[in-house]
Write a protein that binds this ligand. Structure first.
Ligand SMILES: Nc1ncnc2c1ncn2[C@@H]1O[C@H](COP(=O)(O)OP(=O)(O)OP(=O)(O)O)[C@@H](O)[C@H]1O
Ligand SMILES: [Mg+2]
Length: 391
């Protein structure tokens, strides 16, 4: 594993995770959405999760991804994940790592001050902070809404970078969490008590944290760019050229953390008056974006829907590609309903770009669509009314 390949912003305790996922061996679920009880192993290669609509296919992938980042990218509220009427949900995965096996566990219980209590464990040890859990079981979750990654609002592209950044480096998540806390508090002041001295007390914190996140995102985009470009070239038979560019909230002329902190502070001082009027913080990583160009044109504004979707797939494949480069092993790939959204040519192309050695789970209602196009080994898991049928 090459721990030096993403440059570390100054002063970061860059603890690259020593363990990487080689394979998911076994999954146990209890009361996760409509999946009352699941106990299943998944061979390497392509795993098709099939069955009619509303049987629990997407729920299965959602449960798995929760073992990766401790959160769902689908749920609005975490208590929605617990089966209706049940007091708790439990997800346990046994994974093979380079240096042994690992058990990852997430338990969600109703109750407590926030209506839900979440406990995350690795090998039985409680992880009191999310950053101790995230990244130990690397995965890429590709949802139908990710096909709008390029066309959608900037927050989607920030989240794309954040989910990747958090899985690669626990520091990224810790930094993001402390930034978001300070941002919430400053925004609260802007709405309720916008005295300059109070606002300023948060600005140093936001500038320091914000500059570290900005530098980290810049480094991530630099590493993603050639991968996304390569996938896109192959994906479009060399017809289209893809370029991505980080668009930070502040001019990134200086790559030195302390100079960037000063630039943030100058920007806060300049826009404070306007922020008081608008009651919100106008500068910082929460306003960043990622620009995507197809054949030199900004795809968000000038791309056709097909181009935007293809570019979105290239970005998601680049996410998986960078995780593999950084960690030495491919992440578990979860493709939820993506193929039913794509035409034949793109489906064929996507399947051709999924390396056979990877462990991949794909949900699909009509498995014949894949069987006709994929010649490699396939395992099938049929889901009916929340149960995986024995086959
Ligand atoms: N907390 C919950 N408790 C029980 N059932 C739930 C809960 N949350 C969602 N469900 C149900 O789970 C069912 C299966 O959902 P899922 O999204 O996994 O379907 P799917 O097999 O992916 O279907 P599709 O092919 O349409 O995408 C839905 O009918 C939904 O109502
Ligand atoms: Mg589904």
């Amino acid at each position: 594993m090459d721990s030096s390949s993403i440059p570390s912003p100054e002063g970061w305790d860059l603890r690259v995770l020593e363990v990487t996922l080689v394979e998911l061996l076994h999954l146990e679920l209890e009361n996760f959405r409509n999946l009352s009880r699941v106990s299943r192993s998944f061979p390497s290669g392509l795993n098709l999760v099939t069955g009619p609509n509303a049987q629990g296919k997407s729920n299965l992938l959602e449960a798995l991804f929760l073992l990766s980042v401790g959160k769902s990218l689908r749920a609005h509220r975490e208590d929605d994940l617990i089966q209706w009427g049940a007091p708790f949900a439990r997800i346990v995965g046994r994974t093979a790592l380079r240096d042994g096996e690992q058990t990852v566990e997430a338990v969600l219980e109703r109750g407590g001050a926030f209506g839900i209590r979440k406990t995350l464990r690795i090998n039985g040890t409680h992880c009191s902070r999310l950053s101790q859990f995230v990244g130990r079981t690397p995965m890429v979750h590709f949802l139908p809404s990710d096909l709008d990654l390029v066309q959608g609002e900037p927050f989607r592209r920030r989240r794309y970078l954040d989910v990747l950044g958090a899985q690669l480096h626990p520091d990224y998540l810790r930094e993001l969490q402390s930034y978001q806390k300070a941002l919430r508090e400053r925004n609260h002041l802007l709405r309720t008590d916008p005295r300059e001295s109070l606002l300023q007390s948060y600005e140093i914190l936001l500038a320091e944290s914000g500059s570290r996140i900005t530098l980290r995102r810049a480094a991530l985009v630099e590493r993603l760019a050639p991968l996304a470009a390569r996938f896109h070239r192959e994906f479009t038979q060399e017809v289209e050229n893809l370029r991505i560019e980080y668009r930070p909230s502040i001019e990134l002329e200086e790559r030195e953390a302390n100079l960037l902190v000063e630039a943030f502070l100058r920007e806060f001082a300049r826009s404070r008056g306007q922020e008081i009027v608008r009651k919100t913080t106008l500068t910082g990583p929460h306003r960043d974006d990622l620009a995507v160009f197809v054949n030199g044109k900004d795809a968000r504004f000038f791309g056709s829907q097909g181009q935007q979707r293809t570019a979105s797939i290239s970005l998601k494949l680049a996410e998986a590609g960078l995780m593999e480069e950084e960690q030495g092993d491919p992440p578990l790939l979860l493709l939820d309903d993506i193929l039913s959204e794509l035409d034949r040519a793109r489906t064929r192309s996507l399947l051709a770009h999924l390396p056979g050695s990877r462990q991949i789970l794909i949900t699909i209602t009509e498995e014949e669509k894949i069987r006709a196009m994929f010649t490699g080994p396939l395992s099938t898991h049929v889901i009916r009314q929340g149960e995986i049928l024995a086959c």
